[in-house]
Design a protein around this ligand. Structure first.
Ligand code: HEM
Length: 221
């Protein structure tokens, strides 16, 4: 039984940026849907095309600004996000091979994971790539007629495909966070996670905390 029930995991600034990013992405998706799905026609008429465009552009500004805000209020969290995502270890690859079994109810012998596991690292890289594609193609569409028409013609499908991929990834991410590992969600609420959860799901990160003297073995075992 762990003596220290919770371990600090995410700082307040990082949590704010996560929700700014997540909510702005979902609102961008929602305000674009009526353009693609005819059954959203009633929603389209109720809000009005002009208002939908304004809302889409407002949330685009929040989506673009969030990582820059993060440079000021969540520098440490973003630094960790980038450095972890760009550093795949053989345990991460092993995790990716074995994790699907856990999704279908199995109990695979997963290797110890660092602050982010192999699946999270893939999600981070995917979200970073999609952010770049969505922002670049979105700005081309926003700047409109002042740019060459061929650029616009490319930007329309690229923007839509990136939005669709981002939504599919977000659904998987939300399912994993709320359905498979609900204990992780507390980290995005008050910044702490249960010590037992951290030891089982992020063993290498806990070892790091011990090595840095932030917690002692007897505090957690
Ligand atoms: C209801 C919606 C959401 C929930 C419940 C949720 C939950 C979480 C949780 C619990 C974490 C921390 C994981 C950890 O500490 O290891 C996290 C991290 C993260 N979230 Fe979300 N999230 C949501 C929406 C989104 C959306 C829409 C995006 C992107 C568009 C997003 C992108 C990320 C990224 C990139 C991370 C860092 C790495 C990762 O865990 O994959 N989240 N989220």
């Amino acid at each position: 039984m762990a003596k220290l029930k919770y371990l600090p995991r995410h700082k307040k600034g990082f949590i704010i940026c996560h929700w700014l990013n997540g909510i702005s992405f979902l609102m961008l998706f929602l305000t674009a849907l009526p353009l693609y799905i005819p059954s959203f026609g009633d929603f389209y008429r109720a809000v009005g095309p002009h208002n939908l465009q304004l809302l889409h552009r407002f949330f685009a500004c929040v989506f673009i600004a969030t990582p820059f805000v993060g440079l000021f209020i969540a520098r440490e969290g973003y630094k960790r996000l980038f450095s972890e995502a760009l550093h795949f270890t053989k345990d991460d690859i092993e995790f990716q091979k074995k994790f699907p079994a856990e999704l279908v109810g199995g109990e695979p012998d997963l290797p110890p994971q660092g602050f982010y596991n192999g699946g999270e690292k893939m999600n981070i890289l995917l979200q970073m790539g999609l952010w770049c594609v969505l922002v670049a193609s979105g700005l081309v569409l926003w700047l409109g007629t002042s740019l060459p028409q061929s650029l616009q013609a490319w930007a329309i499908p690229i923007h839509a495909i990136a939005g669709g991929c981002g939504f599919a990834a977000a659904l998987g991410h939300i399912y994993l966070a709320l359905g498979v590992n609900p204990e992780s969600f507390q980290g995005m609420k008050d910044g702490t996670v249960l010590t037992d959860y951290a030891v089982h799901h992020h063993g290498k990160w806990v070892d790091e905390l011990v090595a840095e003297g932030k917690v002692s073995r007897k505090d957690i075992e």
